[in-house]
Design a binder for this molecule. Structure first.
Ligand SMILES: Cc1cc2nc3c(=O)[nH]c(=O)nc-3n(C[C@H](O)[C@H](O)[C@H](O)COP(=O)(O)O)c2cc1C
Length: 364
C-alpha cells in the first residue's frame, strides 16, 4: 500500500490542487485494507505524559482534522496520531485556494483557518473506535466567531478527554485572527488555570488525560520565558514546538508562492523550529516532555529534533514530497543511530545538543 502510494499515486496527486490531493489521499486511506501495525523494535519505545508510545514518530495535527483515518495512519507505522484541530461548532475556514505547495523549497503555506466538522462529528468517530488501541491525541481550537475563546477550550477539554489519549491546546495557529494573543502570559495563565481545573475534574481513568500546549515558532525569547514559566506553574503535561511560521526565510526559492498569506511549514521551517525547541528545552529543565515538529523530512532531521530536546517528533509537510514511506525510513534511521552506539536508548540523546544550539547565531 505504501509502495503504491509512493511510486504511483503521489506524483499523480501532486498534479492536483493541494487540498483536492489531500482529500483523495484521505479517501484512499479510508479504502485501504486495515492492517495491524507491525510491532516496533522495543528500543524505539518512549514513555511520556504517562503514555507508552511504541515509537517516537507521530503524524502532526492538520492531516486528519476530522478523525477520519486514525487507525489507517497507525497501521502505516506512526507511533501516534494527532487529529484536529477540532473546534466546538463546525466551521468552513477561509475561502479556497488556501493551501499552496512551494515545490522548489519542499514547503507548504496554508491558511485553512480551522476548517472543522466540529466536536460532535469528531466525537462520534472517536467513540466508534474506542478500545481500538493506539495513541490518538486530539488537537483543539476555538471557533473564529467565538465570544469567549477560553470557554471554547474548556468545553472541548470536557468533551474530548474521555476519548483522547491526550489533548493539545492549539493557541498558535496564525490563521485565526488574534488566536496567538492567548500565548501572552496573563491570558495564558487564565486559560491554563481553567483548563487544569477541568482536566482534573474530568478524569476518565486513573489520572487525568494529559494536556499539551502547542506554541508558535515565532515567539520572542522573552515571551517564551514568560510562557514556559506559566506552563510550569500551572503543571501542564507537555509542549509541542511548534506550529507553522508567519516568517518567510530569505532562502525561499518559490518567491511567488512565498507571498501567499498563511503559515509556512516543511523543510525551510526546520532551523527556526529546532532552535525554538532547544530554547524551550533549556527553559523547561526536564519538568515535562516536548514534542518536536517542523521540517522533519529524514531520519537525520528527526534525530536532530531529539538531540535538540524532543522526546517525540511529529511531521506533516514532508509526507507531500517524500510520501508515507518516510515514517518507516525515519524509524530505521533512529535504530541505525542506536546500532552505531550513539546511545543505548533514544532517551539518552534527548537534549544533548540543546545548550550548544542556544549559543549559535539565530537562524535566518
Ligand atoms: C495543510 C496543513 C494544515 C495544518 N493544520 C493544522 C491544524 O489544524 N492544527 C495544528 O495544530 N497544526 C496544523 N498544521 C501544522 C502542523 O501540525 C505542523 O505543526 C507544521 O506543519 C510543521 O510541521 P511540518 O513542517 O512537518 O509540516 C497544519 C499544517 C499544514 C501543512
Amino acid at each position: 500500500m505504501i509502495g503504491f502510494f509512493d511510486r504511483l499515486a503521489r506524483p499523480l496527486l501532486r498534479a492536483f490542487d493541494p487540498e483536492d490531493a489531500h482529500s483523495l489521499a484521505l479517501k484512499a486511506l479510508k479504502l485501504a485494507p486495515r492492517r495491524r501495525p507491525r510491532a516496533d523494535d522495543s528500543r524505539l519505545a518512549v514513555r511520556a505524559f504517562g503514555l507508552n508510545f511504541p515509537n517516537p514518530v507521530g503524524i502532526a495535527a492538520g492531516f486528519d482534522k476530522h478523525a477520519e483515518v486514525p487507525d489507517a495512519l497507525l497501521g502505516l507505522g506512526f507511533g501516534f496520531v494527532e487529529i484536529g484541530t477540532v473546534t466546538p461548532l463546525p466551521q468552513a475556514g477561509n475561502p479556497r485556494p488556501r493551501v499552496f505547495r512551494l515545490e522548489a523549497d519542499q514547503a507548504v503555506i496554508n491558511r485553512l483557518g480551522f476548517n472543522s466538522e466540529g466536536e460532535a462529528a469528531v466525537l462520534a468517530r472517536l467513540a466508534a473506535r474506542a478500545g481500538a488501541g493506539g495513541i490518538v491525541g486530539v488537537n483543539v481550537g476555538a471557533n473564529k466567531d467565538s465570544s469567549d475563546r477560553t470557554a471554547d477550550y474548556v468545553r472541548l477539554i470536557e468533551a474530548v478527554s474521555p476519548v483522547a489519549s491526550y489533548v493539545t491546546l492549539n493557541i498558535s495557529s496564525p490563521n485565526t485572527p488574534g488566536l496567538r494573543e492567548l500565548q501572552r502570559a496573563s491570558a495564558l495563565d487564565d486559560l491554563l488555570a481553567r483548563i487544569v481545573e477541568t482536566r482534573d475534574l474530568v478524569a476518565p481513568r486513573p489520572g487525568p488525560t494529559p494536556v499539551l500546549l502547542k506554541i508558535a515558532p515565532d515567539l520572542s525569547l522573552s515571551d517564551l520565558d514568560d510562557l514556559v514559566g506559566v506552563v510550569r506553574a500551572r503543571r501542564i503535561d507537555g509542549m509541542i514546538v511548534g506550529n507553522t511560521t508567519i516568517g518567510r526565510p530569505p532562502t525561499l526559492r518559490d518567491r511567488a508562492s512565498a507571498q501567499q498569506a498563511g503559515g509556512l511549514s516543511g523543510r525551510p521551517l526546520y532551523p527556526l523550529a529546532t532552535r525554538m525547541l532547544a530554547e524551550t528545552y533549556v527553559r523547561v529543565e526536564g519538568a515535562f516532555p516536548l514534542i518536536g515538529v517542523g521540517g522533519i523530512d529524514s531520519g537525520k532531521a528527526a534525530l536532530g529534533k531529539i538531540r535538540a530536546g524532543a522526546d517525540l517528533v511529529q511531521l506533516y509537510s514532508a509526507l507531500v514530497y517524500r510520501g508515507l514511506g518516510l515514517v518507516t525510513e525515519i524509524k530505521a534511521a533512529l535504530l541505525a543511530a542506536l546500532d552505531r552506539r550513539e546511545a543505548d536508548r533514544l532517551g539518552d540523546l534527548v537534549g544533548v545538543d540543546a545548550a550548544a544550539m542556544t549559543a549559535e547565531n539565530w537562524p535566518a
